[in-house]
Design a protein around this ligand. Structure first.
Ligand code: ATP
Length: 347
């Protein structure tokens, strides 16, 4: 059992606050992804959990044991970092066996574990090769295999696929997901790649400016962003945002039309809709297409609505050219509303 509990953890570097009071619980065997833009504090939080960085305040608990004063090797975790520290002068076998030998595990068990994890990562044919002779992608697999061979309760990964080309990355993503789903490991995985986050996570914690802004399932984070930042960060392209003016109880004027919305007693709110959640209809936003980008199954159209850019994803069979006008109706169930001051969602 390895539940991870982070209590009120903060980290300052001099006068710079890299993390502001983070509270988070990762359940036993959960796959948690920390997602956010460069510099938001993901790596710092992971390093604090690993014991490679000391928090300025707060506590870290793993499996019911307080660990923030313990060195990394006493925390019962395995790590895979971006610069995957595979020893070039050792064979693949010896690299994977490294941690097991440190534990003085008997030879037969080392052999069993190395073979098994190498098979899982599809590198069994490379076991006798020196790691210095491997491609980046192969070395990356060795690093992951080495961590898995430890059969850790907790595995921490920081952008472990970042150095792979797009195709290999896709392949490795699926492999990792399969392997970790079959293991009993609790995983924390850092990435700035939202597709990777969506694909792998049981739960995504979206970080911004040293804070966790939302911690939810991938679908929830995508469909129901709790903060404007989440809607603007997740989704490619991100949500469209427009100012909405109150015209009456629960009625709002947005993009030149009047629609139902929250009963909030506010003069203005921010209306948000994903590009794929608008449809061409009789009534809706009057839009003029400016840029048309065929994406295969769909077409991304950057339009103008009320003089502002607005993106719509439409069926690729739908003929559209720059300069065309169309009417775009937001799907009511998919509309989100944000408080312009707090930038948080109004439900
Ligand atoms: P990336 O995706 O680029 O790795 P990140 O979200 O992982 O970004 P962190 O590496 O956690 O970000 O860094 C958070 C902030 O803390 C950054 O602004 C960074 O410059 C700062 N920082 C990190 N380590 C140190 C350090 N040792 N000394 C001073 N500032 C640091």
């Amino acid at each position: 059992m390895a539940e991870i509990v982070i209590k009120n953890v903060a980290k300052s570097f001099g006068s710079f606050k890299a993390l502001h009071s983070v509270d988070m619980t990762i359940s036993n065997q959960e796959f948690m992804v920390l997602l956010g833009a460069s510099g938001c504090g993901k790596t710092t939080l992971l390093r604090i959990i690993a014991g490679l960085e000391t928090p300025t305040q707060g506590e870290v608990w793993i499996g019911g044991r307080r660990v923030d004063h313990l060195p990394p090797r006493q925390r019962g975790i395995a790590m895979v970092f971006q610069n995957y520290a595979v020893f070039p002068h050792l064979t693949v076998f010896e690299n994977i066996a490294f941690g097991l030998r440190m534990q003085k595990m008997d030879k037969a068990e080392v052999e069993r574990r190395v073979t098994r994890t190498a098979e899982l990562m599809h590198i069994e044919q490379l076991l006798k090769r020196y790691s210095g002779q491997l491609s980046g992608g192969q070395r990356q697999r060795v690093a992951v295999a080495r961590a898995l061979a430890m059969e850790p309760d907790v595995i921490l990964m920081d952008e472990p696929l970042s150095n792979l080309d797009a195709l290999l990355r896709l392949e490795m993503r699926a492999e990792l997901k399969g392997v970790l789903a079959d293991s009993k490991t609790t995983t924390i995985y850092v990435t700035h790649d939202q597709v990777e986050a969506m694909s792998l996570a049981d739960r995504i914690s979206v970080m911004n400016g040293g804070r966790i802004v939302q911690s939810d399932s991938p679908v929830e984070v995508y469909r129901n962003p709790a903060a404007r930042f989440v809607g603007s960060f997740i989704g490619n392209p991100p949500m469209n945002f427009m100012e909405a003016k109150r015209t009456g109880t629960g009625r709002w004027r947005v993009g030149g039309i009047e629609i139902d919305g929250p009963q909030a007693d506010r003069g203005t709110l921010e209306f948000a809709i994903r590009p794929e959640d608008v449809t061409r209809a009789e009534a809706g936003f009057a839009a003029t297409a400016r840029v048309v980008e065929p994406l295969g199954a769909h077409t991304l159209v950057t339009c103008e609505v009320g003089g502002k850019p607005f993106r719509a994803i439409i069926d690729s069979d739908d003929p559209i050219a720059p300069g065309d006008t169309m009417t775009l109706a937001p799907q009511p169930a998919r509309v989100r509303w944000f408080d312009p001051e707090t930038q948080t969602a109004i439900s």
